[in-house]
Design a binder for this molecule. Structure first.
Ligand code: BGP
Length: 477
């Protein structure tokens, strides 16, 4: 029987803007998430234009990984991590995005982080864009609307791939670019975290702007794939997509087709990157919406030349497609409706372990490329017990159930899945809400939304559970 490979990449995934802090140190420039305030259960996150001092802006301090990365990596090593996915903050390398020369201190920081990982034989997987766009590229160039930003991005990619050549085997060009799509009713949040612009404030034909930004990111992704392989032919290039499988409400064929189309929206960029051409159904959709994407012959060649080596998938939940007559139904995060068969997390995310097996099968059968799960986890409120320890059996239960389904996908369904990176192995700032209260980690960080806490790290129960799981290569799942 197929088993999880002996070199299966067990580990975790983090993103610079959610944990580094040190937002004005080491020559870093202001990036879009430095302008996003903290939200709470009752207040939504705001995306401001001015940076004020204070802890209103969670990315300013994060969990201070910038100064504590050695301690944190040591804890990951203690758990036996085989891999850690990090992101590089573009604004540490080119503070304004368009600077003529890179910032050496920024490059050195990431070289040090990667060296520290290699010291423990932890395979670095490096994301080049995880919501960390230098703000200057928004204010001076209109963000991804402008093709010049593609060139700035490629210049930055070239700098980092040369700086880390021979040390990094797995590159990720973008995180979750699929959340920008003109077919969906875009929220300010997704437009902002990906491009530094609010949907409600977009000028002109909003849908067209989204289509152009999604297109330009896709083009940047394929051009980066080619460039990375030119610089370091031994490395592998992937792109990470945040996929929410969409179920139909029932077997009414109208609903089934509707759900299929809804789900497909998350995949058109993967189609480009795996098939080497922009899919006809998407171009037709644009044409029907009166959107001219401006595809050139040169773009077509770039699509053909920038295919991926592997696919990264972030999986948190599934969704149910909206249907005629269901307008009053409670909305889920991605615009669908809530699934009555599933339990929900405190933040309303439907918990669906089988959805992970479904996603792995669906994607592998569609593309046949190796897949790595790059994010999965449970955001929960953790309480410290009287003994000073967080007893997070609910997190263990969530991960155990999801990993059992992953294992079935590999062992029974023969999906080529080569790793599992749990999201937020150390507590960090939530991307969608800006809260610290929404914790994912195996490692507790003493930091709270009111600004209190000494940033000390401690092991939760799940820390020991994951350590044992890695030691035994998931045999007991
Ligand atoms: C993904 C992002 C991550 C992460 C995760 C969990 O979409 O790639 O950056 O934050 O979602 O979301 P949240 O932190 O809002 O709970």
């Amino acid at each position: 029987m197929t088993k999880l490979a002996n070199d299966f990449l067990w580990g975790g995934s983090i993103a610079a803007h959610q944990l580094e802090g040190a937002w004005q140190e080491g020559g870093k420039g202001p990036a879009i998430m430095d302008f996003a305030t903290a939200g709470s259960a009752t207040t939504a996150r705001e995306y401001t234009k001015t940076i004020e001092a204070g802890r209103k802006y969670p990315s300013h301090e994060g969990i201070d990984f910038y100064h504590r990365y050695k301690e944190d990596i040591q804890l990951f090593a203690e758990m036996g991590f085989k891999s850690l996915r990090i992101s590089i903050d573009w604004s540490r390398i080119y503070p304004n995005g368009d600077d003529p020369e890179p910032n050496q201190a920024g490059i050195e920081f990431y070289q040090n982080v990667v060296d520290e990982l290699l010291k423990y034989n932890i395979e670095p997987i490096v994301t080049l864009y995880h919501f960390e766009l230098p703000m200057n590229l928004v204010t001076q160039y209109d963000s991804w609307k402008n093709r010049k930003v593609i060139d700035f991005y490629l210049n930055y990619v070239e700098t980092m791939v040369k700086a880390l050549k021979g040390k990094v085997n797995y590159w990720v060009t973008f995180n979750e670019m699929n959340h920008i799509d003109p077919q969906t009713e875009a929220s300010d949040m997704f437009t902002y975290i990906l491009a530094g612009l609010k949907y409600s404030e977009l000028e002109g034909n909003k849908k067209e702007v989204l289509a152009v930004m999604g297109y330009n990111m896709t083009l940047a992704g394929v051009k980066a794939a080619k460039l990375i392989r030119q610089i370091d032919p031994a490395s592998k290039v992937g792109c990470v997509f945040g996929i929410t499988p969409t179920y139909p409400l029932n077997c009414d064929p109208v609903n089934v087709l509707n759900a299929f189309k809804e789900m497909d929206r998350d995949f058109y960029q993967i189609d480009v990157m795996c098939n080497g051409e922009f899919p006809k159904y998407k171009l037709k959709e644009y044409a029907d919406m009166g959107i001219n994407i401006g595809m050139t012959e040169e773009d077509k060649q770039a699509f053909a030349a920038g295919k991926l080596d592997y696919l990264g998938m972030n999986y948190y939940m599934t969704d149910v497609a909206r249907y005629e007559g269901g307008e009053e139904e409670e909305e889920s995060l991605f615009g669908g409706i809530q699934n009555p068969y599933l339990e929900k997390s405190k933040w309303g995310w439907g918990i669906d372990p089988i959805g992970l097996r479904y996603l792995l099968n669906y994607t592998y059968r569609r593309y046949g490329l190796p897949i790595i799960i790059c994010e999965n986890g449970l955001g929960a409120v953790d309480e410290i017990g009287p003994d000073g320890v967080v007893h997070d059996d609910y997190r263990i239960d969530f991960l155990q159930k999801h990993l059992s389904e992953l294992k079935k996908a590999v062992e029974e369904d023969k999906v080529d899945c080569f790793g599992y990176l749990m999201w937020g192995p150390i507590d960090l700032v939530s991307a969608t809400t800006g809260e610290m209260k929404k914790r994912y980690g195996f490692i507790y960080v003493d930091k709270h939304d009111d600004g209190t806490g000494d940033l000390s790290r401690s092991r939760k129960d799940s820390f020991y559970w994951y350590k044992h799981l890695i030691e035994t290569n998931g045999e007991e799942l």
